[in-house]
Unconditional design. Structure first.
Lengths: 256, 224
């Protein structure tokens, strides 16, 4: 037996190549039409398409840095969750009356199960020999129905989501370093400021962050007494001297 | 030099047939965009594989910095994103690749579906392809939790609630995935990490190998 480049093996037990397809490609003339050898001609073209694609991909990466919200805080129950965009249609489905609550099983299991099950078993459902889309109206019809369903649900989900609130609720808040024993912080504590602005003064659902406000002590003193937005007037109950110290402290809070 | 090394190995191991089996085949005219531009629809499968390779490579680099732990996961991603040289690019590629791979795979599936290319004798390859689709979705789902930021945690809580609502096996499945019947925490993160980095890729490689073996064996479907 003579294989490879002619090396003789002692006790050669390899399966002989007889009966296998020869490894040398057929001459191009044996193929009808304009076929092309995969290696290396076609692969080179594929590689060029891949390179162009990669450039676009890298541009996307540079233009839009991947998002990162603040560190997970399981105690923040006000957070409105949103899955990745390709799960939005499944998520939206669970918001309809007959696919949620007592009918949850329909939205969570039955409808997606039927759709994906049909996709998996498509070759055994659409068994005819016809391949042209026009010749198999049911298969194509159901696929178009499913596609429009996915597009509609995704659009519904995206259109009814408050993207501004979503951006705000996940934003990374820069905290400030300060001494909790300081007089300014003690005053904030005594006047109940931290119940809304948080113990770290980074704000919460009811009040904005006190860090990096960019306000002068006078402006802060004014807000502390007269209130602003959802903050009622008369929150500060101390003396004018204390008000000045508190305002100085808040004004000096900057992100670390 | 390289040829000599190759010949030396080939003389002893007869390696030429191994790669010749993969490399030597004709690309028919109807799938070649150089002849019919509309044949670009045949590129989607290849591009899906291309992005998958990028996902594997970028993922390997991400694990050099990532720590699957509730205290450090977010910190490590933040550090990677803001401090590490090219960290933003590597994470960006993995992040956008996750979306692109879904898009490309979806287009590839639609191409195969509308062309009726899944019909006899290619039923098995279609099934393997749909299974790859599920694996990819599962990779997206598990990868979403790993940065351990707000949207990751709360989206995963929603997912686990849905899993929990499955009759009979739901609670057991939830415990299996989350590591606890009620808590979504440290155990959940390490499980999702293990699933995302070891279990699902292992399944993906096996299915991809089957997918490519079958396409090589059966050839691409003929023109419509």
């Amino acid at each position: 037996m003579h294989r490879g480049k002619g090396m003789k093996f002692v006790g050669d037990s390899r399966i002989p190549a007889t009966g296998r397809k020869p490894n040398i490609p057929k001459d191009y003339s044996e193929y009808p039409g304009k076929t092309e050898a995969f290696w290396p001609n076609f692969l080179l073209k594929e590689w060029m398409v891949g390179a162009v694609f990669l450039v676009g991909y890298l541009c996307l990466t540079v233009a839009h840095p991947s998002p990162l919200e603040r560190i997970a805080d399981p105690t923040d129950t006000a957070y409105i969750p949103l899955p990745d965009w390709y799960f939005l249609f499944l998520y939206q489905l669970l918001k309809y009356t007959y696919a949620s609550g007592p009918y949850n099983i329909i939205g969570a299991l039955v409808i997606p199960g039927l759709a994906f099950g049909a996709l998996l078993l498509a070759p055994f459902i659409d068994r005819g020999p016809e391949r042209r889309p026009a010749k198999r109206p049911f298969a194509v019809g159901f696929m178009l129905l499913a596609l429009s369903g996915i597009v509609y649900l995704t659009w519904q989900s995206a259109a009814h989501h408050d993207w501004e609130a979503s951006k705000k609720q996940g934003a990374i808040i820069e905290g400030a370093e300060f001494d909790k024993e300081s007089e300014g912080y003690q005053l904030l504590d005594a006047n109940g400021c931290i119940s809304c602005h948080g113990a770290e003064l980074t704000g919460g659902a009811a009040a904005p962050s006190l860090v990096d406000t960019g306000l002068t002590p006078e402006e802060i003193a004014n807000i502390a007494v007269k209130g602003r937005g959802g903050m009622p007037a008369g929150m500060f109950k101390g003396s004018d001297e204390e008000l000045e110290k508190l305002a100085e402290f808040v004004s000096s809070l900057t992100a670390k | 030099m390289l040829t000599k090394i190759y010949d030396w190995v080939d003389e002893r191991l007869d390696i030429t047939p191994l790669w010749r089996d993969i490399a030597d085949h004709e690309v028919p005219e109807h799938v070649n965009p150089a002849h019919h531009f509309s044949a670009f629809v045949y590129c989607f499968g290849g591009l899906t594989f291309f992005i998958t390779v990028i996902q594997i490579l970028s993922g390997m680099f991400l694990t050099m910095y990532y720590v699957p732990d509730i205290k450090n996961a977010w910190e490590s991603v933040y550090y990677l994103q803001n401090e590490v040289a090219f960290g933003q690019i590597v994470r960006g590629m993995h992040h956008w690749g996750a979306s692109l791979v879904i898009v490309m795979m979806f287009l590839h599936t639609l191409r195969v579906f509308f062309q009726g290319a899944y019909k006899k004798p290619r039923e098995l390859n279609w099934i393997v392809g749909v299974l790859i689709f599920f694996i990819m979705l599962a990779l997206g789902l598990t990868g979403y939790l790993l940065p351990w930021d707000m949207k990751a945690l709360f989206a995963t809580k929603v997912t686990l609630t849905i899993v929990d609502s499955v009759p009979l096996i739901g609670p057991a499945m939830k415990t299996l995935i989350a590591g606890d019947a009620t808590i979504v925490g440290a155990q959940t993160l390490t499980r999702f990490f293990a699933i995302h980095v070891f279990f699902l890729p292992a399944a993906l490689f096996a299915l991809l190998a089957a997918h490519f073996l079958m396409i090589r064996k059966q050839g691409i479907s003929g023109p419509l």
